[in-house]
Design a protein around this ligand. Structure first.
Ligand code: FAD
Length: 403
């Protein structure tokens, strides 16, 4: 009998964890497992704010996929997925066409600009390792240029961060530490630099405990970060952003750098795949399969699951993506054996939001944490993610041990 082909698209937290779990559960001759990813490395998306601010090297954020897969069981293909057609069971890639018996879509997130004019063109986005490197270099270029200009344009030194959600706040925390270093390096007076966080919603970090949010804002303001809350960005131009401050009141913030961190959606390839979706996210069945396609699983940020306790979707997180991957791998093996699949039940352990290398806020197993304790917890979480995929060797190679 022909061995089933399991095709996994994307080597992010969801896709790579699915493969790592599958290779433990499946014998060498039991399935052809093929993993397709754009790069030959995996990157820790949850660390991209550090690489973007320049507080962590982009190389530290990524590792080779071949180091964590069992080459006897998994074929890795470095290619870009160009199209998915679940009706004909075909996946088009830059390395040719693939077909499958079981498909796992783990192609991750894309920035959501909500149709705001100019954002696509003039704002940078913390999307992947190369984008992070571009943000770091762009900010540094602005500092370097300011220091060589005859007529100095101080707006070069203004950084607007769109979004006071999780990634926006984590990026601001890193900037708070990085700006003094850049000022020293390029002889820029600190008071010339402006970092402004612009948020459309009336609050910072929605969903977080208000006491912890207050702590976060206080700490970031102490580092010179300004907040403009309840003031949506209505337009981005090459010179900066226009924000709405009242019914008929607008303000233009001239800025050399605009980073958009105000929302994510699923990968656009989902929209043309034949699977029903909402902003490229698929409302999955309880066992993580796509509705109407029993051989297709969706994992990570492309999957949408409702938290029935509050009737709202679970936020797209690495924590959930990695937990889903365990169930997806087990369910594929169950289908291969003709057994029933099982339901995915998220086990939420809490959330820690970093405010720079030595500071954070966290709500972990019902305990509120701030400062060093929260920051240590964040490093434990980061190291655990490495351990779960690559064991002790990967954790030692890439882990964060500086307290
Ligand atoms: P990803 O990790 O995005 O992986 C997708 C993979 O697919 C990538 O390898 C990509 O290269 C590949 N890919 C994409 N398109 C193609 C294509 N066309 N062809 C081939 N390959 C492709 N979550 C937390 O739980 N805790 C945190 O503290 C946290 N902090 C965050 C901080 C920041 C700055 C950001 C941006 C996100 C953060 N998140 C956090 C969210 C978390 O990173 C995502 O939920 C998680 O990465 C989703 O995993 P995924 O596997 O769905 O996608």
């Amino acid at each position: 009998m022909k061995r089933p082909t399991v095709l996994v698209l994307g080597a992010g937290y969801g896709g790579l964890s699915t493969v790592v779990n599958l290779q433990k559960l499946v014998g060498t001759d039991e399935a052809d497992i093929i993993l397709i990813n754009k790069n030959d490395y995996h990157y820790e998306s949850t660390w991209l704010h550090e690489a973007s601010a320049g507080t962590l090297s982009p190389d530290q954020v990524r590792y080779d996929i071949k180091d964590v897969i069992n080459k006897g069981k998994v074929q890795f293909v470095k290619a870009t997925v160009e199209g998915i057609d679940v009706n004909s069971k075909k996946v088009a890639t830059s390395a040719g066409e693939y077909t499958y018996d079981y498909l796992v879509i783990g192609l991750g997130f894309e920035g959501e600009t909500f149709g705001i004019t100019g954002l696509d063109k003039y704002a940078l986005s913390i999307a992947n390792v190369n984008a992070a490197r571009q943000i770091r270099d762009h900010i540094e270029y602005q500092f370097a240029t300011w220091s060589t200009e005859e007529t100095r344009d101080d707006a070069r030194l203004t950084i607007v961060v769109g979004g006071a959600g999780f990634s926006g706040i984590e990026f601001l925390g890193e900037l708070g530490n990085r700006i003094p270093e850049l000022c020293a390096e390029y002889d820029v007076p600190k008071e010339k630099v402006r970092v402004v966080c612009v948020e459309a919603a009336p609050m910072v970090l929605p969903g977080f405990d208000p006491e912890l949010v207050e702590y976060a804002v206080r700490q970031l303001e102490a580092k010179g970060i300004e907040f403009s809350i309840g003031t949506p960005v209505v337009e981005a131009t090459p010179e900066g952003v226009k924000i709405k401050k009242g019914e008929e009141e607008f303000e233009f913030i001239k800025a050399g750098t605009v980073v958009w961190a105000a929302g994510v959606r699923g990968n656009r390839l989902i929209e043309t795949s034949g699977i029903e979706n909402m902003r490229a996210r698929v409302k999955v069945e309880k066992d993580m399969r796509a509705p109407g396609f029993p051989d297709v699983f969706i994992v990570g940020d492309c999957a949408l699951m409702i938290n029935e306790a509050i009737n709202r979707p679970y936020p797209p997180t690495a924590q959930i993506a990695m937990q889903q991957a365990v169930t997806v791998a087990q369910n594929i093996v169950a289908l291969m054996k003709g057994e029933n699949t099982k339901e995915f039940v998220p086990e939420l352990k809490g959330t820690v939001c970093s405010l720079g290398e030595h500071d954070a806020i966290g709500d972990v197993m019902g305990r509120k944490l701030t400062g060093t304790k929260a920051s240590i917890m964040k490093k434990v979480i980061d190291n655990r993610a490495l351990y779960m995929i690559g064991g002790v060797p990967l954790m030692i190679k890439k882990g964060k041990f500086k307290l």
